[in-house]
Write a protein that binds this ligand. Sequence first.
Ligand SMILES: N[C@@H](CCC(=O)N[C@@H](CS)C(=O)NCC(=O)O)C(=O)O
Length: 215
Amino acid sequence: MLTVWGRADSSATARVMWALGETALSCKRLDWGGRFGGTDDPAYRALSPHGRIPAITRDDGFSLWESNTIIRWLATTCPEAGLWPADEAARWQAQAWMDWSAALGRVIGPVRTAYRRPIPDPAEMTKTIATAAETFAVLDNQLKDKAFVMGDQFSVADLALGVIVHRWFRIPEALQRPDLPAMETWYGRLCARPAYQEHVVARVSVRAQTLGMGD
Ligand SMILES: N[C@@H](CCC(=O)N[C@@H](CS)C(=O)NCC(=O)O)C(=O)O
């Protein structure tokens, strides 16, 4: 049995739970990190050296940390799920998109900080959204003539990027985020996947949204 250590509303945990939902592997998840604590426990640090969530463990002692690495492991452990492109070029391009996902993470953070301030500064919101849009436009361009990041086949690249893009579409519409139509169409395709609905849409940024912050 596989165990995922991480609270369900963490974006990195949601990414792994979504990936698991795309495979036939069963798992249990332990609430860990954030308000649940536990990340400084020495036993947890042995699993996750940086004390971050998620980590996974298997009953035979195997363990892993870093969500994108866990996704790579899952994709190669469950080849029948078809998440790991068979073609060599597509496989390595997918790795590049996975690594590049960190660039999206870096630009969406300041946007969220700006619009969640008790008294938001309109100039800060406009500037951070414009900066983020330049980076998100790179993904929009990649998706222009494709169903998924690597083409027709859903893959690890979509798994690495889909949670961060969910955060983009959580930016309140009133803040006039620029249109990125190919990315929006792709986001619609992700939203049609049950595992994405269950582990990402229903979990990530839900709390702030119910507070009316549109997060
Ligand atoms: N690059 C790491 C990032 C891990 C990370 O920063 N996780 C956040 C949650 S999304 C965390 O552990 N925050 C502290 C906490 O929840 O206690 C990964 O993808 O696994």
